[in-house]
Design a protein around this ligand. Structure first.
Ligand SMILES: Cc1cc2nc3c(=O)[nH]c(=O)nc-3n(C[C@H](O)[C@H](O)[C@H](O)COP(=O)(O)O)c2cc1C
Length: 387
């Protein structure tokens, strides 16, 4: 029925679905620049002129930094490149949103498992704005400052709100079961959750050595992995305090332009292998996430990638440390479907419901009765409690 024609337009390659016989012949450039849709003219099989409409690819930038400081500027530079390349872009400063911590009620997961919910938080706050923007996007570009060697509190809060409620293995299972049972679309998880998306992750730290930003980039995968978003580029910018603002660092700004280019290349790729291809500067020690965060097992004979959770062996050849993973272990990465499915399945099959320990109230009573409270303020010391 539908045939694919490929058209080249100064910078972007488009895949146009059109009826058999239609011949692509003209792109309307002004509309292409200003509108979220692209109009392409073609002749149909009878030689009649037809106007085809195609949505621009959407790239969402999220900065977790201070207003107009490094993260804001870096994300905006990458977004500007995406816009120049014909994408529809949006920008969110995470600190402009009021997003509450996850309370741990797990209603999101229980709802999906029981078939009564869509996988959303029972509470509504500005997370809904972020969620809608992510669902509309084809790619996300995130930049997060390093606080205490890792991501900021707000970044972690948002990750807790994303997973497990947005875990695609939970959502897909519920969606497919619901569809099969004839449940209306609006009562099921948002179908946009299953769209293939690409991401670039940028970590920023003031410190002059990369050891002080070591956990930030690995932790940033907590945003992408539950939703199955493929990270295609990563950048670690340290030593930020030595430059008043990254806008005055041409090398890093050039790298941000390349982040934008890499994202555009990914979302316009002709096939899935090309879309998910890693475009970062370094291969890292893990072939899946490309980070270097390795934890040795207790017997120190094996090690695992802390981002993926995949276990492997290692050796040192010519002084170079190398990890070796079996294909099975790579597929257990939580960045892949298999790793996520393993975890959602263990939750579905192993987590015990309330009421399984008969005398639980009795067992917990001593702890309910034990309330030592907090010490009174030491009036002789110079603390910070307002008197
Ligand atoms: C509470 C706090 C903790 C920080 N801890 C670190 C750190 O562990 N390592 C580091 O490299 N920079 C650290 N920094 C510096 C920030 O990462 C740096 O200022 C960064 O540029 C902030 O991003 P922004 O400019 O986009 O706001 C810390 C800053 C704050 C406010």
């Amino acid at each position: 029925m539908a045939y694919i024609a490929i058209a080249e337009c100064n910078v972007l390659r488009f895949f146009i679905f059109q009826k058999k016989g239609a011949i692509f012949d003209k792109i309307e450039p002004n509309i292409f620049k200003e509108s979220p849709v692209l109009f392409i003219y073609s002749n149909n099989i009878k030689g009649e002129k037809r106007r085809l409409k195609m949505e621009k690819k959407k790239v969402l930038g999220i900065s977790f930094g201070r207003k107009m400081s490094n993260c804001d500027v870096m994300v905006k530079e990458a977004l500007m490149e995406c816009q120049r390349e014909g994408c529809d872009v949006a920008f969110i400063r995470a600190d402009d949103l009021e997003i509450n911590n996850c309370t741990g009620c797990i209603a999101c997961v229980i709802g999906m498992m029981s078939g009564r919910g869509r996988g959303y938080c029972v509470k509504h706050d500005d997370f809904d704005i972020l969620d809608e923007a992510i669902m509309q996007s084809d790619a996300v570009i995130l930049a997060c400052p390093t606080y205490e060697t890792s991501v900021t509190g707000r970044f972690k809060t948002i990750c807790d709100r994303i997973g497990p409620s947005h875990d695609i293995t939970f959502r897909k299972a519920r969606y497919d079961e619901g569809k099969e049972a004839g449940v209306p679309e609006e009562q099921l998880p948002d179908a946009r959750a299953f769209k293939k998306r690409s991401a670039a992750l940028i970590s920023v730290g003031g410190a002059m050595t990369e050891e002080w930003i070591a956990l930030t980039l690995p932790m940033m995968y907590e945003f992408t992995f539950p939703m199955g978003i493929d990270v295609v580029d990563t950048v670690e910018y340290y030593g930020a305090m030595a430059c008043e603002n990254v806008a005055g660092n041409p090398e890093m700004m050039k790298r941000m332009t390349r982040v934008g280019k890499n994202i555009v290349d990914s979302i316009n790729a002709g096939d899935e292998d090309e879309r998910i291809k890693y475009r970062g500067d370094e291969e890292g020690t893990c072939p899946i996430c490309h980070t270097r965060l390795i934890q040795f097992s207790h017997d120190k004979k094996t090690a695992s990638c802390l981002v993926c959770g995949s276990l492997g062996t290692f050796d040192i050849v010519d002084g170079k440390f190398t990890m070796h993973y079996t294909e099975e272990e790579l597929n257990r990465s939580r960045l892949r479907w298999g790793g996520k499915l393993e975890h959602s399945t263990e939750i579905k099959t192993q987590a015990q419901p309330a009421g399984t320990i008969k005398n639980l109230k009795e067992l917990k009573q001593p702890y309910a009765d034990f309330n030592p409270g907090v010490w009174p303020v030491d009036e002789n010391a110079c603390g910070n409690v307002k008197k």
